[in-house]
Design a protein around this ligand. Sequence first.
Ligand code: SAM
Length: 246
Amino acid sequence: MKTAFALKPRDYLATPEKKRFLNIALFSELSSRYGFITRILSFDRDRAWKRRLIDELPPQASPRCVDVACGTGDLTILLAQKYPNGRIIGLDLTEPMLSIARTRCRFPNVRFLSADMGRTLLDETSVDILTGGYALRNAGDLRQAIREIHRILVPGGMASFLDFSKPPQRFFQGLENLLLRIWGGFWGCVVHRNPDLYTYIADSLQQFPDRRNLKALFEAHGFQVVRSRLHFAGVIEAMTVVKSPP
Ligand SMILES: C[S@@+](CC[C@H](N)C(=O)[O-])C[C@H]1O[C@@H](n2cnc3c(N)ncnc32)[C@H](O)[C@@H]1O
């Protein structure tokens, strides 16, 4: 039996519009199993990485926070727990992911928004803290997403990201790509009977800047990179940036 999902992710990464279309179809398809598969693919480390990412955010009484590409709401929930008097927005493109997030996250200070991270519709300088778990790699246009994050953050505002990370060296890029293809393809077959759902991770990472260039990209867009921590021998990176004052 094959799932209804018949798209080949690598055929949809060339333009922002196609990638957006792919992401909505892909994450709608896997939404009900997202929590389970994230645990499996990360050897159950994902929750600890996310917790640490949030623990390291600065104490603030009532910050305005946005979790971009919030998915089923893991980081949104952690933000709401850390900042009970904050105002938290979880933002995502895919309605089935948002619907699970809404069910899981019933904090009164949280609202969810259906929007693209490249065009959030939020006011300029209206956000103190921004998070993104496996977010930027999915952006249709990464530069546009970084510009948008810069636009909505206050000067001195902080953004923390957790995602797969590409090493600068070609050899290690190839090795990582191969391992992600095998691991993702295997679990795609087991869980969905379709290897393509999780080889998307390798496909999208191939198109993503390596971690050195990602930092340079943030710096070129008016951020300072204040922290970077690698997990799993560099397959995952937690990176924190601060919007430089004008
Ligand atoms: C791998 S999930 C990450 C979910 C969650 N942040 C986490 O850490 O578990 C990626 C999410 O990005 C969302 N997404 C993809 N492209 C997006 C875009 N352009 N703008 C906003 N969300 C997007 C997908 O709908 C999906 O929920």
